[in-house]
Ligand binder design. Structure first.
Ligand SMILES: Cc1ncc(COP(=O)(O)O)c(C=O)c1O
Length: 400
C-alpha cells in the first residue's frame, strides 16, 4: 500500500513522500460553489461588501436559529470575538480568567489582549475538558471569568461549571470553536454561559475563509459587542466604548451561508472517516482512538490516535515520520499551555500526561478512504521497523 520496502524509502530518510498534496488536520470543507457564487454576485450587484450588510445579517439570523439563541454577533474571526467578549465582561477591571491548559495555544494571548491574566487549570482524563474541581483549584481572588473550552470529543460539564460560577459570582464563557454542531443534554452548544464563541476559519466546520461569531441570550451584551466590532460607533461619528475594526465582510459571510446547510452531512462524513481509521488501523498493536462522548452529540472533527506507553517509537518520532510523508499530523496540545507560559508552573498532571500521548491525525474533506489505508500501512511499517528507525535516528544524531 505504501510502496515502502526499506528504511530509505521513508521520506524522513530521503525517500519520496507518499502525499504530493499535503494532508491537513483541518476540515477544508468546500462551501457549495454554485450557492456561494450566486450570493457573491449579489454582493457585487448591490455594492455591499462590508459594514454589516445583508449577508452578515442573514448569517447572524441563520446561526441564531441554529443555536436556538436570540442573538448572534458576527466577527472577523474567533480570536477578536473572544478579545471583545472578555474585555466587555471585565468592564475596566484588570483581573484573571481561568482557562484549561490542554487547548489551543493562542488562548493565553487572547486573554492578555483583553487586559486579563490567564490562570491555567487541569482537565479531565476522559473528556479532556476542565471541570468544576480543576477550575476551582486554579481560581484566585481576582478571578472575573471562567472560560470553558469545549473539545471536539466532548462538551464541557456545563451544569457543574454553571453552579461553580454562580457560587463564586463570576462569569462563565465558552470557547466553542470545537463544539459546533454538538449538544449538551439535548440542547445545541451556543446557548450556555453568558456567551459562546465560534470560528468560521477555513479549517473549521463552517468555512467562511476567516470569521467568527458570538452567541448569547443577553441583549445588552449583544448590543455592546456589535458596537465594539465597529470602533465603538454609536452613530456616524460618536463612540461610547473601546472598539476595534473586527467586522465580518460580506463575501466571507456568503461563504459561511453557502456551507451552513451542509454541516450535518459534513459531521456525518467526519464520523465515517474516524470509523475508517479504526478499521484500517485495527491490526496495528498499541494503537487506540480517543472515543467521542456518546451521551452528547459531537462533531467528530478530529481523529485522535493514542499510542500505548510501550509503543516502540516515541509519539514525536511517529509525528515526524508522518509529516515527512506529507501527512501533517500534530502532537495534540503539546506542550500544555501552563508549561509554555511558565516552565516552572505547578504541575497539572492529567494534561501533562495527555500531551505526551496523542497524535492529531489528518482529517477533513481532503482525506479519502485510500489515504486512510495508506496512513495505516505507513504506521504499520513504522511499528514493524521501529528498532531500525530508532537506530538510524540515533546514528544520524538528530532528534526529529
Ligand atoms: C479553541 C480555539 N479557540 C480560538 C481559535 C481562534 O479561531 P480564529 O482562527 O477564528 O481566530 C481557535 C483556532 O484554531 C481554536 O482552536
Amino acid at each position: 500500500m505504501t510502496g515502502k520496502k526499506a528504511l530509505s524509502d521513508l521520506a524522513l530518510f530521503g525517500g519520496k513522500p507518499l502525499f504530493s498534496q499535503v494532508k491537513s488536520i483541518g476540515q477544508l470543507a468546500q462551501p457549495n460553489q454554485a450557492r456561494f457564487f450566486a450570493l457573491a454576485r449579489k454582493c457585487f450587484a448591490e455594492r455591499r461588501l462590508s459594514n454589516n450588510g445583508p449577508m452578515v445579517q442573514l448569517l447572524e439570523r441563520r446561526l441564531a436559529d441554529f443555536h436556538r439563541v436570540p442573538h448572534c454577533i458576527a466577527y472577523a474571526n474567533a480570536g477578536l470575538a473572544l478579545i471583545a467578549l472578555i474585555q466587555s465582561i471585565a468592564a475596566g477591571r484588570a483581573g484573571s480568567v481561568v482557562i484549561p491548559t490542554f487547548t489551543y495555544a493562542g488562548l493565553p494571548h487572547i486573554v492578555r489582549w483583553a487586559g486579563q491574566e490567564p490562570l491555567f487549570c487541569d482537565v479531565d482524563r476522559d473528556t479532556h475538558t476542565l471541570t468544576a474541581e480543576t477550575a476551582s483549584a486554579a481560581m484566585a481572588a481576582d478571578t472575573i471569568m471562567l472560560l470553558g473550552v469545549h473539545q471536539a470529543n466532548s462538551p464541557c460539564p456545563i451544569d457543574e461549571l454553571e453552579e461553580l460560577c454562580r457560587a463564586r459570582g463570576i462569569t462563565l464563557l465558552f470557547d466553542s470553536v470545537h463544539g459546533l454542531g454538538a449538544t449538551y443534554a439535548g440542547t445545541p452548544i451556543g446557548g450556555f454561559g453568558r456567551a459562546e464563541v465560534f470560528s468560521l476559519h477555513a479549517t473549521k466546520l463552517l468555512n467562511g475563509f476567516e470569521g467568527g461569531y458570538i452567541t448569547t441570550h443577553d441583549e445588552n451584551l449583544a448590543d455592546l459587542l456589535r458596537r465594539k466590532r465597529n470602533f465603538g460607533f454609536t452613530g456616524e461619528s460618536s463612540v461610547d466604548t473601546l472598539g476595534m475594526n473586527a467586522k465580518l465582510n460580506e463575501l466571507h459571510a456568503a461563504s459561511a451561508l453557502a456551507a451552513l446547510d451542509d454541516l450535518p452531512a459534513l459531521i456525518e462524513r467526519n464520523r465515517s472517516r474516524i470509523e475508517a481509521y479504526r478499521e484500517s488501523f485495527a491490526e496495528i498493536p498499541g494503537i487506540s482512538w480517543i472515543p467521542y462522548a456518546t451521551a452528547n452529540k459531537t462533531n467528530h472533527e478530529f481523529p485522535l490516535l493514542q499510542i500505548a506507553p510501550d509503543w516502540p517509537l516515541a509519539r514525536d518520532t511517529l509525528v515526524s515520520i508522518l509529516r515527512a510523508e506529507g501527512a501533517l499530523a500534530r502532537p495534540y496540545y503539546a506542550p500544555p499551555l501552563h508549561l509554555q507560559d511558565n516552565p516552572s508552573h505547578a504541575p497539572l498532571p492529567v494534561a501533562e500526561a495527555l500531551s505526551g500521548q496523542i497524535v492529531q491525525m489528518p482529517a477533513g474533506e481532503s482525506l479519502s478512504r485510500d489515504d486512510i489505508d495508506t496512513l495505516a500501512a505507513l504506521v504499520d511499517f513504522a511499528y514493524i521497523h521501529a528498532e531500525s528507525i530508532s537506530s538510524a535516528l540515533a546514528a544520524d544524531g538528530t532528534s526529529r
